[in-house]
Design a protein around this ligand. Sequence first.
Ligand code: COA
Length: 381
Amino acid sequence: MTKQDVGVEKLSFYTPSYSIDIHELAIARNMPPEKWEKGLGQQQMSVITPHEDIVTMAYEAALDILTVEDRSHIGLLLFATETGIDFSKAAGIYLHELLKLSPSCRVLEVKQACYAATGSLQLACDFVRSNPDKKALVVSSDIAWYGFKSAGEVTQGCGSIAMLVSNQPNVCSVEQGQVYTENVPDFYRPSFSEVPFVDGKMSIKSYLSLLKKVFKPSSLDYFCFHMPFATMGDKANKALGDEQIPAERLEWSKEFGKLVGNIYNGSLYLSLLSLIAYADTSLAGKQIGMFSYGSGAIGEFFKLQINKNYKQAALVGLVQERILNRRALSFNEYEELWTIFSEREGAVQYSPVASYQSPSLRIALEKVENGHRSYRLINDD
Ligand code: COA
């Protein structure tokens, strides 16, 4: 690690404490389970609770990694999401208050489908390069909701990634990437719609086309791909031809996503955490190729170098425990929770029902009043 290195100092992931089994969902939808389990590679998906939203999930992930001293050095907070709760005020303003960040910290919400977290990470690295005494906080927080019985229902999920970016990149150094932007109508959610309009096949085609445009062959040992479903990683790896990596190395990066489902912006970074958790050799010093895709569309390929303290600095033990300890919902409970979510998002007034509040929550959405959200800290020790 040289002095000029910039990248991720600490990394964590939060997902709610409830999940649905994909096999059970397939049976309930009269779908052959092997289509979703083998064809898309999914096993479970996280489900949002009545007390949680993009702000609470972002807070949970950020709280895992930030000391009081870190907070005083953060000069930039970028909140990447395509599940915005307001067309005007940035969700990061709530997070800024909850985390007690400095009033001189600049806060922006960043949107470009599933690419915004990567764009934010690169902008945060540039910020640190020009302000080496400061740090930046990048969070992604999304709730992927396509609607009951839609083609995308199996590719739902929810979760938040938090990355502290600084010139002490204990997890990994981040290199500048190669970007390709073009206007593609594969996925969009106009303001009148609660769910996105998706042409899944066009999206996959555009994803692979942009990957080929930005990929630079350089004998990398590992890849992490944006994976809205696990077999998207196989398609991406195969598209790299002679440069593809052996299947088992790709499998390591897929494990968490298979259990959590689609978390939009955080998906690529969940792949990275999964690789760190499951790789059977040390990743220290290894170069990882990262491909980020956001419908609409932008593709970026960039490299990470994993640094020697990566295991402690990426909270994989905590993340794994969080994912493996979720309670499995029945199909009826699954429908109940997503119904509460979809009705709440458009509501002017809302108070969460008492059930489903996990004892491990450190923050809860208290209410929506005149469209304004308020939050209650439960335990931030
Ligand atoms: N057993 C095993 N595999 C099966 C199967 C069965 N009984 N039936 C179908 N499959 C396979 C198909 O061959 C296909 O694999 P392939 O693409 O490698 O050929 C896979 O399962 C999915 O089948 P498909 O018919 O394409 O599914 P779908 O029409 O339901 O669409 C998505 C799948 C992902 C496109 C859809 O869920 C979607 O639009 N999701 C949201 C958007 C998204 O995730 N976009 C991705 C790019 S960002």
